[in-house]
Ligand binder design. Structure first.
Ligand SMILES: *Cc1c(COP(=O)(O)O)cnc(C)c1O
Length: 381
């Protein structure tokens, strides 16, 4: 039993329960000190190589390319996939802004699609109506850790000759029909920000089975330098590299990823048991073909409640329980507001108005979940 699962080593209920927090349960400290001791602190070193190798292995793909965060992972992937000014890329409107921004960084236009009600991901039935001759591809986002229903989207992509890029920033280890997310499209991106399933502080990874794409991605993230010809830059690239220190933390986290995911699924199970009976709220689903990794535990309120979502968040905060609202939909945000002539995204609008993320740390105890749910019940009913 390690210190984290030994309840005697810390109080079972904390005065402040955060919505998310990193948990260091393995070799993080040892590996970071090793970087300092050996002076390998920049973007070369054994932890970079090992983290990439082990991550590719974990997802079950040929290549993993480390970068400095999950946003630039998307940017590099889109550049390597050939997205250019004037192109259009389909993205769900309900996502974190990095998904849409990465398309804008390429000078292309993100075209938004509504969510579906079952698992809150991009609605496959609303994609085709958004395809134009300029459409290059589709970014699917495995929102909050639940995989996207891929088959209908694979079918559309094949018929129109579009790429599928997975934004798996929130879903390390999630599975669609027994296949790990990250291995479902032509390429996929992950984030290791402090609140993600596993973290490296800041950090990101791009994965793909395609040799040519992989080598292009490495060139783009490394200033565009030719691998065989030093200081020869055939293209304009970027410095998007991860450091050995970040990789040291990431590798230590990856070594314990099964533990992190098990803990998250356990926490979700505790919520589910207690919230299923609560009337007028919907706890986050796990569809029969899915393995949800519960990056965030989510609750969606019914339309008519004694308390509205934002007051609920405030009241819980007063009681030391941190929660947060769902993301705003992209079509509602200033940079993207005017891009839709007739904005019509009823499901995403509903979710982003009524949804909240509950505390979701791998550190949560059953007693803390009890406390959170009893406060929820008191405020909602
Ligand atoms: C976190 C996140 C990103 C961006 O990752 P960073 O590492 O914070 O840049 C991209 N997409 C989604 C869906 C995310 O949740």
């Amino acid at each position: 039993m390690d210190a984290l699962t030994d309840r005697r080593s810390r109080p079972t209920v904390r005065k402040f329960i955060p919505v998310a927090e990193p948990v260091f349960a393995g070799n993080e400290k040892r590996y970071v000190l090793d970087c300092l001791d050996t002076t390998w602190i920049s973007s070369n070193g054994k932890y970079i190589d090992e983290f990439e190798k082990q991550f590719a292995n974990y997802i079950g793909v040929k290549h993993a390319i480390s970068v400095c965060n999950g946003t630039v992972a998307l940017h590099v992937a889109l550049l390597a996939l050939g997205v250019k000014p004037g192109d259009e890329v389909i993205v769900p409107t309900l996502t974190y802004i990095a998904t849409a921004n990465s398309v804008s960084y390429c000078g292309a236009k993100p075209v938004f699609v509504d969510s579906e009600m079952n698992c809150w991901n991009i609605d496959p039935l609303r994609i085709e109506e958004k395809i134009t001759p300029r459409t290059k591809g589709i970014i699917v986002v495995h929102l909050f850790g639940h995989p996207v229903d891929m088959e209908p989207i694979e079918d559309i992509a094949a018929r129109y000759g579009l790429f599928i890029l997975e934004d798996a920033a929130e879903a390390h280890g999630a599975e669609y029909k027994g296949r790990k997310v990250g291995s479902l499209g032509i390429a996929a991106t992950f984030s290791f920000y402090g609140n993600k399933i596993i973290t490296s502080g800041e950090g990101g990874m791009i994965v793909t089975n395609d040799d040519q794409l992989a080598s292009m991605m490495r060139q783009i993230k490394g200033q565009g330098q030719d691998f065989h010809h030093r200081y020869w830059f055939p293209i304009i690239g970027y410095n998007y590299r991860m450091t050995n220190i970040q990789a040291a933390i990431g590798l230590a986290q990856l070594e314990k990823i099964d533990w992190h995911i098990e803990r998250r699924r356990q926490v979700a199970h505790w919520y589910q048991e207690r919230l299923d009976e609560l009337e007028g709220v919907k706890y986050q689903p796990e569809l029969p073909w899915a393995k949800n990794v519960y990056w965030m535990n989510c609750l969606v309120l019914a339309e008519h409640h004694r308390i509205d979502r934002d007051s609920l968040i405030r009241e819980l905060a007063n009681r030391g329980i941190e929660t947060r609202p769902f993301f705003y939909s992209m079509h509602a945000l200033p940079p993207y507001r005017s891009m839709e002539a007739l904005p019509h995204f009823p499901v995403a609008d509903y979710l982003s108005k009524m949804g909240l993320n509950l505390p979701s740390s791998a550190k949560l105890t059953e007693t803390e979940v009890d406390l959170i749910v009893s406060n929820l019940k008191e405020l909602i009913n």
